[in-house]
Design a binder for this molecule. Structure first.
Ligand code: 4AD
Ligand code: MG
Length: 431
């Protein structure tokens, strides 16, 4: 028996095909059952008249529980009113498994905790399904973007001896007789990669023991990190803009139906074009004060500040040159004013906040040695990193894009937990 994906049914109008999937919904009207069948590629309505099938099949089909797995054979009929443009006129149904108990996720509202505890099943529902298909398209888009520009995909290790993004949110792991950490970022390894390949990126899971329970924080999230030799802050700001525009465009092109399921306001994404506004940290501070936020100059932007700035623009805004004191040890200082770092955060609009953090790296050996000491970091695990400044050091820059926050923005989803298949958070490691 060949299976036809529901997505391909319009190409088979007039033919008899078999669709294998699960019963998503069901209703009956007189002598007709309407079975909504999903197979992961789409949902189709299968119409079963009483006289089209055997009496046993008809009777059983009227009582099948949700998520029964089944194969439906029927004729494909084009119908402009049907979602997906086709219906299936049923000739036969073969049931693979009829769940003996009721499916836990009903069509009514459930609380987020219940749904997250049933994430393994919730994935089958329309909205998570749509969100994760947008995530999939975003991944395809970023990989294509870098591939087309001659970047080499270089994977970074997950077990690491050193901290890249501060020491307060490290996950310690017993590594045989020593301790190591789960990676917070692949950046340092990408810097080595950039010196070997020129333009590289990594894309993998990263870990932060975030004790905060916010809509923007996961303890395990996916980060995309390009790194470019001979690049400056300005160069990677251009790269970040181009990347975001490419991802939005790809998703609009390939995931429009999913965005519609999510009731996303597409006009907000359609206006995402270059150039994006670029403001200095100092201008961001002035803007926050105008908005009446009690912001203390010299601090990092907090979540409410990011939310306010992000709501101010209709496209992503690049905030650059933060005070060096609030940023990571590897950031290069601005030669025009050493109090500031050559760094950039990209804040997505619609109150989403930071989706990218990056900048130009310190490429001077002595300065970097000083920073490592100033940040109270142990020297030994960074010796290899210092070597990059000992052997042919060059200006270089890169950034990290948080995939789940980007997907949250694309989908118009409030919380990043819905933008990863199995979220890991402060109080959640199941399922
Ligand atoms: O700004 P961050 O901490 O930058 C870095 O890690 C750099 N080393 C990256 C680089 O330059 N190669 O993190 C980058 C992005 C953030 O902008 C955000 O989108 C995401 O990673 N991110 C998180 N996403 C979900 N949950 C968390 N706890 C996150 N922390 C950071
Ligand atoms: Mg950041």
């Amino acid at each position: 028996m060949t299976r036809t994906p529901i997505r391909d049914l319009p190409q088979h109008a007039g033919e008899t095909v078999t669709v294998s999937g699960w019963l998503y919904n069901r209703r009956s009207k007189g002598k007709i059952h309407f079975l909504q069948v999903r197979d992961g590629s789409g949902i189709v309505q299968a119409v079963m008249g009483q006289l089209d099938v055997s009496p046993e099949v008809f009777e059983r089909s009227g009582a099948l529980p949700y998520e029964t797995s089944l194969s439906v054979t029927g004729a494909v009929r084009a119908d402009a009113r049907a979602p997906g443009g086709v219906e299936l006129l049923v000739k036969d149904v073969a049931v693979h498994h009829e769940p003996p108990q009721e499916y836990p996720i009903s069509k009514q509202e459930h609380g987020p905790d219940f749904l997250l505890s049933n994430r393994h099943l919730w994935l089958r529902s329309r909205k998570p399904h749509a969100t994760l298909r947008v995530r999939d398209a975003a991944i395809t888009a970023v990989r294509r973007f870098f591939d087309e520009r001659g970047f080499v995909c270089l994977d970074a290790p997950i077990f690491t001896p050193s901290a890249c993004e501060g020491t307060t949110n490290l996950f310690k792991v017993q590594y045989f007789d020593e301790e190591c950490y789960l990676t917070q970022s692949g950046q340092l390894y990408m810097e080595a990669g950039a010196m070997a390949f020129g333009k590289v990126y990594c894309f993998g899971p990263t870990f932060r023991a975030e004790r905060s329970k916010t809509r923007r924080h996961l303890t395990e999230f996916w980060m995309l990190e390009p790194e470019v030799a001979y690049a400056t802050l300005e160069d990677i700001m251009d790269l970040a803009e181009e990347l975001i525009v490419a991802v939005v465009k790809h998703v609009l092109e390939h995931r429009r139906p999913e965005l519609q399921v999510l009731e996303r306001d597409l006009s907000k994404l359609e206006r995402i074009e270059r150039p994006f506004p670029r403001i200095r940290y100092a201008e961001a501070v002035a803007l926050l004060r105008e908005k009446g936020l009690p912001f203390e100059e010299g601090n990092d932007l907090g979540a409410p500040d990011e939310t306010a700035l992000s709501g101010h623009f209709d496209r992503p805004v690049l905030v650059h040159r933060y005070p060096a004191a609030v940023k990571a040890f590897y950031m290069k200082r601005d030669p025009a004013d050493e109090r500031y770092a050559l760094c950039v955060d990209v804040l997505a609009p619609e109150r989403v906040g930071e989706i990218i953090g990056g900048g130009q790296r310190e490429d001077d050996l002595a300065a970097l040695e000083r920073r490592i000491a100033e940040h109270g970091l142990p020297r030994e695990p960074f010796e290899w990193y210092l070597d990059l400044r000992r052997y042919g050091t060059v200006p270089h820059a890169g950034f990290g894009l948080g995939l789940e926050r980007t997907v949250a923005w694309l989908c118009g989803t409030e919380h990043v937990r819905e933008c990863i298949p199995f979220p890991r958070m402060l109080y959640r490691i199941y399922p």
